[in-house]
Design a protein around this ligand. Sequence first.
Ligand SMILES: [Zn+2]
Ligand SMILES: [Zn+2]
Ligand SMILES: [Zn+2]
Ligand SMILES: [Zn+2]
Length: 331
Amino acid sequence: MMELDNIECISSSDGMDDDEGTAHHLPHPFLKPHHVGSGNGGCGGVVGIGGIPAQVISPATSVHELLECPVCTNSMYPPIHQCHNGHTLCSTCKSRVHNRCPTCRQELGDIRCLALEKVAESLELPCKYFSLGCPEIFPYYSKLKHEALCNFRPYNCPYAGSECSVAGDVPFLVAHLRDDHKVDMHTGCTFNHRYVKSNPREVENATWMLTVFHCFGQYFCLHFEAFQLGMAPVYMAFLRFMGDENEARNYKYSLEVGANGRKLIWEGTPRSIRDSHRKVRDSHDGLIIQRNMALFFSGGDRKELKLRVTGRIWKEQPNPDAGVCIPNLCS
Ligand SMILES: [Zn+2]
Ligand SMILES: [Zn+2]
Ligand SMILES: [Zn+2]
Ligand SMILES: [Zn+2]
């Protein structure tokens, strides 16, 4: 649900491109160019339709837009509701508005807008990631399902530890990580990283670090974090690939940490950033260091965490086993 919401957040600007794109490529009668004058969201020449107040409808009104919930702007799916005055809204919004129409403030009641549901059924629409390269066209009601899995959908920001709602393609996210999250960027396929923390007694879910590596023309996110595994505090390092899972399988990586003649080695396949950072962590798909061992590797008086993690990324023939579903070991 969260992921869907995130995707929806960026849809308002896509929608405009979609309309323009589809007007050129699709012969569908509902998708004929309706643009009067220039631009979307202009307020000249406003027309009210079927009791929907004029201010809700821009000159570029299309059926597509009528199917946008005027409250949350998401696409509406059955049951679509309306008030006594004909203002439509989606079922999610309906449950939030305490029986008051958000448009006219009248009592909302429980009226379905069957006509609009039927119209929706007859529509074929391009995937909303049309402007990002997706060529697919779908009946309205299967569109949402596809869009949740569309290969062209934007990636969520891979930064962990904060609720960042930014989404976009890989180059955009790389710039965003560098500029907005001040993430360290490295070029090359080997790394040698030190993680130092002065009070390793405080192990909270909030301790994490991210470094981005650029090699083979791709970007990889190296995560390092501390969390509580059951009762035991542990540190974990893992790599995520900034791209789809299929492509991630072309790469492998290794991580090593050690000192005093001992070392831990992890070798794995990077996970796609389509898999949330939390999902990777909860499946323990990475190098896990128990705190006692981490303090041992740190040397000194166990007051400071000083881990040297070295690693390497390499390209490999696609590994058929790499896509296996890794169980969530926490449960
Ligand atoms: Zn809504
Ligand atoms: Zn109303
Ligand atoms: Zn698509
Ligand atoms: Zn972000």
